[in-house]
Design a protein around this ligand. Sequence first.
Ligand code: GRF
Length: 209
Amino acid sequence: MKNIVILISGRGSNMQAIVEADISGAHIAAVIANRPDAAGLTWAAARGLTTAVLDHKLFSQRETFDAELAKLIDHYQPDLVVLAGFMRILSADFTRHYAGRLLNIHPSLLPAFTGLHTHQRAIDMGCKVAGCTVHFVTAELDHGPIVAQGVVSVQDDDNADSLASRILKLEHQLYPAAIRRFVAGELNIVAGKVASGKQTPSELMVPVL
Ligand code: GRF
């Protein structure tokens, strides 16, 4: 059984999708939030999951908060730590400590549009496709070996909200699927990249005009 600790900051819809996926061989050891009012905490507690809060506002230094957070996480002996809408930049020490066992989902097709406002930026750039990326976390924000990506087309009448809501639906499929592969021991990082793991070559070629 692999212990998973999920970190959230807000509504936690990705956390819910991961819990509901009921991944074989995975045990959700705890859901931890950096905000006491994170709505996802109520859902997780009602579901009988262990929850905890470490309020980042009580810390003046990022490094001190991260060190306390790591202590709290390690109490649950995680094989994997999952960032699910965890809105904090993490210090290099923290990412090093969890190297190879820390995943994030980002709402863009990385390496395009790291950071915030990804949907509006994709629309503003006239992108014909947008999407989401699951990646291992390294010290550099929204970088790190890519595990999986999901793609949607961008419509002429899309705004940031409509695009975000289509991509979010995809996130809810992609993240549990990526975690399932991690738990099954299928994610190998070789030379900074995750191998696709496919036995037979498959190609996805979709013109979007
Ligand atoms: C998602 O769009 C995720 O990609 C981003 O933050 C959002 C979190 O949403 N990192 P939720 O809290 O999982 O509903």
